[in-house]
Design a protein around this ligand. Sequence first.
Ligand SMILES: [Zn+2]
Length: 433
Amino acid sequence: MRSLVLFLALGSALAQDYDLLLKGGHVIDGRSRISAVQDVAIQGGRIAAVAPGISPAAARKVIDVAGLYVTPGLVDIHVHVYAGTGQRNSYAGDNSVYPDGHTLRSGVTTVVDAGSSGWRDFPDFKDKVIDRSKTRVLALLNIVGHGMRGPQVEDNLADMDAKATAEQALRYKDTVVGIKTAHYGGPEWTPVERAVEAGKLASIPVMVDFGQFRPERPFEQLVLKKLRPGDIYTHTYLDRVPMLDDQNRVRPYLFEARRRGVLFDVGHGGGSFLWRQAAHAVRQKFVPDSISTDLHITSMNAGMKDMLNVMSKFLSLGMPLDDVVLRSTSNPARQIKRDELGHLSPGALADVAVLRLVSGDFGFVDVYGARLRGSQKLVCELTLRDGKILYDLNGISRQDWDKLGRYGPQGDSRWDGTISRDPAHRPAAPTKR
Ligand SMILES: [Zn+2]
């Protein structure tokens, strides 16, 4: 009987086809402590196996990724993607970008909008962007009910309602992963305190952009007293952060804050990453817990550019690639308590990035326009979300055209491209000769 069960189990294992096999790449998965050449098999939108030497015969489709790095889909926990409201000069409007045009081409499969919306306008954000995106979009709710709609709105203490914010967070707990406070100009601690109160009520972390740094509310106090373990300070390498002493040594309180469990996120953006801070800090091992972009319409066209460019900056500062990937995948996923993301364990959602590390003469620019030269840069070759190929730079998942027979929408079964629903944009079926 036992041997029969074994036989049946073996039989079903042999009969089981994988949908897709990524063959021969160097897998980097920090959570599983893998950094080695292995194959990744995907079945039903999930990771089925990660191991060396998986037979190509077991998969319906095989992609040769030798010489490339296979990582979990990147998780960018600081972006602004509440586009489409039509509001000028606003992160809840024209300063935001639609995610799919920027994320997938950089290997990013999950983003967290960092407080562009508050509890009042979150349902609109969800309808306009979150529910329509191929990228997995999660959100931090701004403690300001009206979200990031400019200084008057964001400085309004009367619109910082911890209870209403927490209730909305719990109502949308599949999507809302934290609370954000940002851009505050006044001397009070109220925005931070209300954000933490909302975070406690909803059992989710708080992310802080400290706005104007004022003597009435010292930064040291924020990270040593006000934030809880697991809360996140973003914009770590901003010039206003009191990071270095006059000998360029990292101030001890920052290591103390880290020991307390406060997390430090990059949040590069258009004004928050200086080589003058980052180069000294990273050299002294004050490295970010998570790497993030603060993607918006300004940062993407200035020194930030995209997630891979920010990751490449840390490579250029000497951080090992495995570490850079860890801080762009598993670490940020854990920070937002989404343990199902950011790794390639069997059973995990098959969000995967296939990256190429290229060598050359590169320059990386900070928010002051200062350059750091580098010799390595990450490029995205392939992005999968839930096992589906959503971006393929060089067509490595495709066949050469002259090896295919008749192809096209009505053609043979090897066609697996995305066909536009609009007939005008469909490739014409080749005419028979
Ligand atoms: Zn931001």
